[in-house]
Design a protein around this ligand. Structure first.
Ligand code: ADP
Length: 511
């Protein structure tokens, strides 16, 4: 068994790995990476620019100082060998080298170095924080590099040297004094490359600034990514709450961005699913209800027949009722099966070129005996050629349903049912149609919009118990008609007037 600590640890690692895999974390990491790159580039650019400026300044200073000192030595030489007012040359004997005088050049600072060194490395004069060994080392570097005038040498002042200059990097300019001057030797001028420590301060500032920006980016990026991902979490939570029995929930994100669009699409899909589920539920409830009625009738009829001894005619009547209800159930089950197959896509159409008029004529001939039985006149009207592409079996079933309905509901006593076909070449697309017209009782207008719905019956009173003639009614016939018409790319409609009759029309695209 795992210890409590072990359980806590595994929960923590699970949470951590979920965080690392999350889009929020990755978004934050990406923004952090990009800002780091930008900051690094920016800092390097600023730092190198500043370093170049500082270097340029110190080179300028060292050159200025060397010019000032050259003037000092030149002046002292000229003064020593130049003639006086009376034209006599005064003191042409070699005198002592002029002392390096910082006060002659105001740009000299306490950290600057000036020295006069012999080529052998002996320091004859020196001003500034450098030790003799520093100067000797600088001279050595200069001599090794080929002793051209004005060469710049970088070198560090030994940490032992005095004051703030200790350990600093210096620029040295070394220049030999001209041979004909009284002062001889190599002039060494040095100035710190970064006397005020501006570069380390800049590096520190850049580092701290970048760190602060990265911290803000980290926190801000995490917060922003969280905000962006919040709608996704809302969608996820809503989807988790939706169960297969309750599809009424909606996300209702209410934003107009891409995520809002996604949520709307999701809501629309839920709406479609819900109505499909509702239809399914309604269909099942209707089907059970429809089956329960004939089963109840059969049960009542058998109970009645068996509760005592009866005459043969009464048994005969009971059996007839049972047979009728059985027919109803058989028809209902067949229709249900047909619709279920159609809905499930298990009833593919086998399309072939057909003439709708031929089919109409075939139905009229086939249903003639039924019409005779009902004492209804079944005739064919105009039947011009109507070429279509369709499934013969399905189209026969469609026409049979329509004509059977007309015969069933037209009533008796000199009623007529007419089947006719025609073409509407001018329509887009060109259509062919078949109409089944009866002069029966008609259908009240309030029923017309629902007539093609499953299990819908306009006249519910005409139930099984009252009227045996309509005992095979299932309320699915017209739904099947519409399904077949739509599956062929067409449609079905009805017009009716109470007391005058009804016209059912199916249109199909012409071949
Ligand atoms: P049913 O099995 O009840 O005939 P249908 O879907 O074929 O189912 O028809 C639905 C309803 O439409 C019928 O119950 C009937 O009320 C009405 N109906 C259909 N055809 C006609 C018609 N020719 N005349 C009057 N009513 C009709």
């Amino acid at each position: 068994m795992k210890s409590r600590f072990g359980l806590q640890f595994s929960a923590f690692t699970r949470r951590l790995s979920r965080l690392v895999r999350s889009v929020r974390f990755r978004l934050m990491l990406w923004s952090l990476g990009i800002i780091t790159l930008i900051l690094a580039g920016f800092s390097v650019f600023i730092y190198t620019q500043q370093a170049r400026d500082i270097q340029y300044d110190s080179q300028n200073r060292v050159a200025q100082m060397s010019r000032a000192l050259f003037t000092v030595f030149h002046d002292s030489t000229v003064n020593l060998v130049s003639p006086d007012d009376s034209g006599n040359v005064v003191g042409n004997a070699p005198g002592p080298a002029a002392p390096i005088d910082r006060s002659r050049s105001p740009i000299f600072q306490s950290y600057d170095i000036a020295a006069l060194v012999s080529p052998a490395g002996k320091v004859n004069q020196k001003v500034g924080p450098a030790s003799d060994s520093d100067l000797a080392a600088v001279l050595k570097t200069w001599l090794n590099g080929g002793s051209s005038t004005g060469l710049l040498v970088t070198g560090a002042i030994s940490p032992a040297a005095s004051g703030a200059a200790a350990g600093q990097n210096y620029y040295f300019l070394l220049a030999p004094l001209p041979a004909d001057w009284l002062s001889t030797g190599i002039l060494v001028i040095g100035t710190p490359i970064d006397p005020n420590g501006r570069l380390p301060a800049l590096a520190l500032n850049l580092g701290l600034g970048s760190l602060a920006i990265l911290l803000i980016t980290l926190v801000g990026g995490y917060w922003l990514a969280g905000r962006v991902m919040r709608p996704v979490q809302t969608i996820t939570r809503a989807a988790q709450k939706i169960s297969e029995t309750d599809l009424t929930r909606r996300i209702n994100l209410g934003t107009r961005d891409e995520l809002g669009e996604l949520a709307d699409t999701f809501d629309q899909m839920l709406g479609r699913l819900q109505s499909a589920f509702d239809r399914q539920r309604q269909f099942t409830a209707d089907a059970s209800h429809e089956l329960r009625t004939p089963l109840t009738i059969i049960e009542l009829e058998t109970e009645r027949a068996l509760d005592r001894r009866r005459k043969p005619e009464e048994y005969q009547r009971a059996l007839e009722v049972i047979q009728g209800e059985n027919e109803t159930m058989a028809r209902l089950v067949t229709d249900l099966l047909t619709l279920a197959r159609m809905d499930a896509g298990q009833a593919p159409l086998k399309r072939e070129p057909l003439d709708l008029s031929d089919l109409a004529l075939e139905i009229v001939e086939r249903l003639q005996p039924l019409a005779n039985h009902r004492q209804v006149t079944l005739v064919s009207g105009d039947l011009p050629e109507v070429p279509i592409q369709g499934d013969r079996q399905y189209l026969i079933q469609m026409l049979t349903n329509l004509v059977e309905n007309a015969l069933k509901y037209a009533g008796e006593n000199d009623k007529t049912v007419t089947v006719e076909t025609g073409c509407c070449q001018g329509d887009d697309p060109p259509r062919g149609w078949v109409r089944v017209i009866d002069n029966g009782p008609g259908i009240p207008p309030e029923h017309l919009p629902h007539l093609f719905d499953r299990f819908y019956r306009a006249d519910k009173a005409r139930g099984h118990l009252d009227d045996l003639s309509s005992s095979t009614s299932s309320g699915l016939g017209l739904a099947i008609v519409q399904w077949i018409a739509v599956a062929h790319g067409g449609g079905a409609s009805v017009t009716s007037q109470v007391g005058k009759g009804s016209t059912f029309e199916v249109w199909l695209p012409l071949l």
